[in-house]
Design a protein around this ligand. Structure first.
Ligand code: GUN
Length: 283
């Protein structure tokens, strides 16, 4: 029988725990989210983050700048937030407009306030097998979900489809650090379905319907990171859920799988950064 990996249920458990922990805090952590322009999907994501934070007792502010803000101005704003002792966590919602170099912006964030774990210091620590201040939210959420269901990672062939800096690359490193054998596939990969069929754990993070049932072997653990609206406005993932579910041992749905886990991880990361900064100022 196929088990559905319930991201909503685990999110609720994790956030309940975090709410209890925060109820004992004298000061609330503060997360600042920077949104540039008016990308409708980004607006929804950012508002969800703020709503979730507020329910827990985390202060959350969205700074919405016009899409023609200059790179220099955005760096200046981030520097102000880096200096502001009341701000514990900074997230710059991606994608950014074309004229802004995203690496310049990410590099400007203080590594101890980098709630995505995207700065060179945090991604470098991850690659070196050291502990970063925080782990990137989506990969962290995926590992929490696999661990919750007791799915073993060590020695398994993990196939990741998608090589983004947000999901594919950090996830590959985190899986390697957990002693998986990792294959990362992308748009230029040849014989994709031969590789996906050899997966023990198949994770797709592409953003279009790419994984059909004939690409999946029986008993595979399937994780769907993709989320987009189809032509009828229905929310869909990368995986043909109905047909793949009959073959998979475990499968994450869209919505209700990885998405809620990403938000939960963001909240966990915000509190981890807050705790670290407070501890450091006491030492
Ligand atoms: N856009 C899509 N996913 C993410 C994420 O995890 N972090 C940021 N900053 N932007 C995103």
């Amino acid at each position: 029988m196929t088990v559905i990996l319930d991201g909503k249920k685990l999110r609720d458990e994790l956030l309940d725990g975090l709410k209890g922990k925060l109820s004992n805090y004298v000061n609330a952590p503060k997360l600042v989210v920077i949104l540039v322009g008016d990308n409708p999907a980004s607006k929804i994501y950012v508002n969800n983050k703020k709503k979730t934070a507020e329910k827990l007792g985390i202060n959350s502010v969205i700074l919405n700048y016009p899409s023609d803000i200059s790179e220099e101005e955005l760096v200046r704003k981030i520097n102000e937030l880096n200096q502001d002792m009341s701000v514990n966590a900074i997230l710059v919602q991606l994608p950014l407009p074309q004229h802004i170099n995203k690496n310049t912006i990410i590099n400007a964030i203080s590594p101890i306030k980098d709630v995505d774990g995207f700065t060179p210091e945090n991604s470098g620590k991850l690659l070196a097998g050291e502990t970063p201040y925080v782990y990137p939210c989506t990969p962290k959420g995926i590992l929490l979900l696999l661990d919750k269901y007791g799915i073993e990672i060590e020695g398994k062939h993990v196939v990741i489809v998608g090589r983004s800096n947000i999901v594919g690359k950090p996830l590959a490193v985190m899986m390697l650090n957990r002693n998986a054998t990792v294959t990362v596939c992308h748009s230029r990969t040849k014989k994709l379905s031969e590789i996906t069929k050899s997966a023990d754990i198949l994770i797709s993070a592409v953003g279009r319907n790419i994984i059909s049932a004939d690409m999946v072997s029986g008993g595979t653990v399937v994780i769907d990171v993709g989320i987009y609206k189809d032509e009828n406005g229905k929310t869909r993932g990368d995986v043909d859920f109905e047909n793949v579910a009959t073959k998979a041992s475990y499968i994450s749905p869209v919505p209700g799988g990885v998405g809620p886990m990403t938000i939960a991880s963001l909240m966990l990361n915000t509190v981890e950064l807050f705790d670290f900064q407070n501890k450091r100022s006491c030492d």
